[in-house]
Design a protein around this ligand. Structure first.
Ligand code: LLP
Length: 430
């Protein structure tokens, strides 16, 4: 990534700062986040949307990728909308002073309590998944005497060719209502008959870490055809079309580069064509990028402990973190680029597995990594591209405290999330 470089001292530099110095100052394991890259990614999306979709259309940051107070302040300053999936994310955004007008509340199972909490805080939009939820939203809105805006989540029936755990747009998905089965039509008709709900449009999300060429174009076309049908059948005009998140990031050299402006322009061309041939107005377009906003802006630093060689079998390099701060290899066998951050001038001829400190064999950060032969206790490992779905999926497994998040900006660094303490671990224990 363009925010990683090698200094003359053989150290990895991240966002222009020496990782060895940062590790000394803040300790390890340590999450670093490049604030300037996060901001510039937001601007790339915002400008592309303005240019290709026009005013009113805007990107929504998918908070699930990485949610903590400071990031919501940044999203607020960058005038990004947000996608939230729980009362906890809403609470965090509110604590940061984020105005929920441009917040879209997702999830396939919002409790009555979630719905009421979101409405009490004037959430802009719900993205409703199913009829039960619409009934609950109608009830809560009626009690408050308001008209709640919402989008309906639909499944366009598309296979995004990514890993199964993050593929969500297929007909048999647990999310949304399928167009193919007629349930999308049914739920639209039902929603249009509610008196305390304003149907603002439709939503779909096909998957995450998507590189396949025309997935978003195909999804958009299916959604627009459905919109045209709803116009014909019920006279309903779609104001907003939200195509979800999913653009991939480059974890390893074999992953392609993504040019967001180009991708957005291609989706816009498909949408324009489709609207013209269907004879409908182009709705406001939204997307919900998470990974592509924060992924490459993150790096995790660890200190090497044990180096173990099992002659004739394999080598292990153990680090002071692992699946509690990054469960993605354990869950999805995700690829990462791992560097020995203090020895970048040495050749990498030692093949090893980088493993964590938890009591299970699946606690692996990456296998078949090449590091310098001299790797030893006290060395520093940098795992790149950990800005998305690392901190947000972190746990206290084995009662290991979560690492802090240190933000890097203009050659400065500051703590945005404090390192958890031992006391934090027992905070709720009675
Ligand atoms: N919108 C919706 C409705 C979503 O479900 C998601 C991700 C996004 C937006 C953001 O997608 P992104 O732009 O970040 O790809 N834990 C997994 C990823 C799960 C993604 C779930 N939904 C991982 O670590 O790879």
């Amino acid at each position: 990534a363009k925010n990683i470089s090698i200094g003359e001292n053989g150290h990895v530099y991240f966002a222009g700062q020496d990782t060895i110095v940062l590790a000394q100052e803040y300790g390890t394991p340590l999450y670093l986040l490049d604030e300037e890259m996060i901001r510039s990614n937001c601007r790339v999306y915002k400008n592309a949307f303005k240019k290709h979709f026009g005013e009113g259309s805007c990107p929504l940051y998918a908070s699930k990728a990485n949610a903590f107070k400071r990031i919501f302040e940044i999203m607020s300053e960058e005038e990004m909308g947000i996608d939230v999936v729980s009362s906890g994310e809403i609470y965090t955004a509110l604590q940061a002073g984020y105005d929920l007008k441009k917040a879209y509340f997702h999830s396939n199972n919002k409790t009555d309590k979630d719905i009421s909490y979101a409405m009490d805080n004037n959430i802009g939009y719900f993205v409703a998944d199913n009829i039960e939820e619409i009934k609950a939203i109608e009830r809560e809105a009626e009690q408050r005497g308001i008209k709640q805006k919402l989008l309906l989540r639909l499944t366009p029936g598309i296979d995004p060719h990514t890993y199964e755990a993050v593929s969500t747009g297929k007909v048999d998905s647990k999310f949304g209502s399928a167009i193919e089965t007629g349930q999308a039509d049914e739920i639209t008709r039902y929603t249009l008959n509610q008196s305390h709900i304003e149907l603002a449009g439709f939503h779909c999300h096909v998957g995450s870490q998507v590189f396949a060429e025309d997935v978003f174009e195909r999804a958009a076309v299916i959604m627009l055809k459905f919109s045209a049908e709803m116009k014909r059948k019920y006279g309903y005009i779609t104001q907003q079309l939200d195509l979800g998140g999913g653009y991939g990031v480059r974890y390893v050299d074999s992953d392609p580069f993504m040019d967001v402006d180009k991708k957005v322009s291609e989706v816009a061309a498909a949408i324009t064509d489709s609207c013209n041939s269907l004879g409908i107005e182009m709705p406001e377009i939204h997307m919900e990028p998470g990974r592509s906003i924060v992924g490459a802006a993150g790096m995790t630093l660890y200190t090497v402990g044990t180096v173990k060689t099992i002659p004739g079998y394999k080598n292990y390099v153990s680090i002071d973190g692992g699946m509690p701060d990054n469960p993605r290899y354990a869950l999805y066998k995700s690829s990462y680029t791992c560097l020995l951050a203090n020895k970048m001038q040495e050749d990498c001829d030692f093949k090893c597995s980088i493993v964590g400190r938890c009591c299970e064999s699946g606690d692996i950060i990456q296998e078949n990594v090449m590091l310098p032969q001299s790797v030893t206790r006290g060395d520093l490992v940098a795992v790149c591209t950990t800005g998305a779905y690392n901190y947000s999926m972190a746990s206290n497994y084995n009662r290991i405290p979560r690492p802090p998040i240190v933000m890097l900006c203009d050659g400065r660094s500051y703590v945005a999330v404090r390192r958890e303490s031992m006391e934090d671990l027992c905070r709720n224990d009675l």
